[in-house]
Design a protein around this ligand. Sequence first.
Ligand code: ADP
Length: 170
Amino acid sequence: MAVEYALILIKPDGVKKSLTGNVLTKLSQSGFHIIGSKVVKVSRELASQHYQHLKGKPFFEGVIDYIQGKTFGGAPYDRVFAFVYKGENAISKLREIVGATNPENAEPTTIRGSYGRISKDGTMENVVHCSSDINDAKREIQLWFSPNELTEDVYPTKKETVTEEKQVWA
Ligand code: ADP
C-alpha cells in the first residue's frame, strides 16, 4: 500500500446542480484527507493543458467548453472546485467512488452513475474529474496548484525569486 495523491475537480455541471456537498460526502467515505482546495475560473489554456491527452479527439472542443462552463452559459458556472486528496492507494479508491467515465456505464451508486448524463452534443457530463494514475496526478496537481496552496510538500520544491505584478486588497 502506497500513499498517493489525486486531483479531484467538481466540474461545472456539479457546480450548477449544487452537488458539491453530495460529492464531498461520497468522497469522504474513503477516509482520505484533503490537503488543498480552491475554486478556479477555468481559462481555455488551463482547460486544454488539463485535457492535453484528448487533443485530436472529435469531442475535444465539447470537453473544453464543458470544463470552462461555456456549455452552461458561462458565469457563474465558469468555474470548478479543485481538491487534492491524500491516502493509501488514493487514486484507485477514489476512482471507484467516482465511477466510470461514461455515466451510462457507471455503477448507479457512484458519483457519475448517480449524477452524470450525456449531453445532446454527446459530451459526457460526469460531474467530477479524478486523476487516473500517479503520473497524471503529479502533472495535474502541479498544473492546478502551487506548492504553497497545499498543506504539505507533495513533490520536491525549489526557491525562486520572481518579480511580478500582483493584485492586492485596495
Ligand atoms: P476520465 O475523466 O474518466 O479520466 P478521460 O480523461 O478519457 O476520462 O476523458 C476526460 C473527459 O472527457 C471525461 O470525463 C468526459 O467528460 C469526456 N469524455 C471522455 N470520453 C468521451 C467521449 N467518448 N465522448 C464524449 N465525452 C467524452
